[in-house]
Design a protein. Structure first.
Length: 202
């Protein structure tokens, strides 16, 4: 087992299950960030149909008419458990430490409209307002810095999504620009503009 603790205090684990087969686990003060599993699909389905996820991340719901719609998505993530490639478009389960139930997701991947590695997140509305999204975002950012040579990561947030902007800023992302796409639509945006955030490695 490779346990690493860095300055921020998150505990990063790659736990060996079988030879050359690992899973990722980040432990924070209150949360566990781990690989998506089939048992998460009912909760994932419930969350992606909540009002603000439909509004600001509609590709999750428009392609997900049932919990079983996530079979292939979750199975693909299971095949990538040993990958530390931050350019892959991956999402991880966010759970509370004391209850292994999915309360949201956090992830990263290469965003081809801006040619940079972007982070993304959403949280069950029942668990919002407690700083969980901020905590998960900070922890995964630090993990990405630990396993890659990226100088920074970005967030692109619809200008109408004020709550997500607050999460980004609490997690240490700096607002760089307000952008107006020309001749293309930024994915999952309802507004004609979005905020572009960056966070650099320390």
């Amino acid at each position: 087992m490779d346990d690493r603790v860095i300055e921020c205090g998150w505990k990063f684990e790659f736990v060996e299950i079988e030879k050359e087969n690992y899973h990722m686990r980040i432990e924070t003060e209150r949360l566990i960030i781990r690989d998506l599993e089939r048992k998460d699909q009912e909760q994932l389905y419930k969350i992606v149909w909540q009002k603000n996820v439909v509004r600001f991340m509609r590709d999750w719901s428009e392609n997900s008419p049932s919990p079983e719609s996530f079979d292939g998505y979750v199975d693909w993530h299971q095949t990538q458990k040993d990958s530390i490639d931050v350019y892959e478009c991956k999402r991880y389960a966010i759970t509370l430490k004391n209850v292994d139930i999915l309360i949201g997701t956090v992830g990263m991947g290469f965003e081809d409209t801006v040619c940079e590695v972007e982070m993304a997140y959403f949280l069950d509305e029942e668990y919002q307002g407690h700083g969980y999204a901020t905590e998960a975002l900070m922890a995964l950012f630090d993990w990405c810095m630990e396993v890659s040579d990226l100088k920074y990561m970005i967030l692109t947030i619809d200008c109408a999504n004020e709550a997500s902007c607050k999460v980004a800023e609490r997690a240490g992302f700096e607002l760089f620009e307000k952008r107006y796409p020309i001749n293309h639509t930024q994915p999952n945006m309802e507004s004609d503009c979005y905020y572009y955030y960056r966070k650099y490695r320390r």
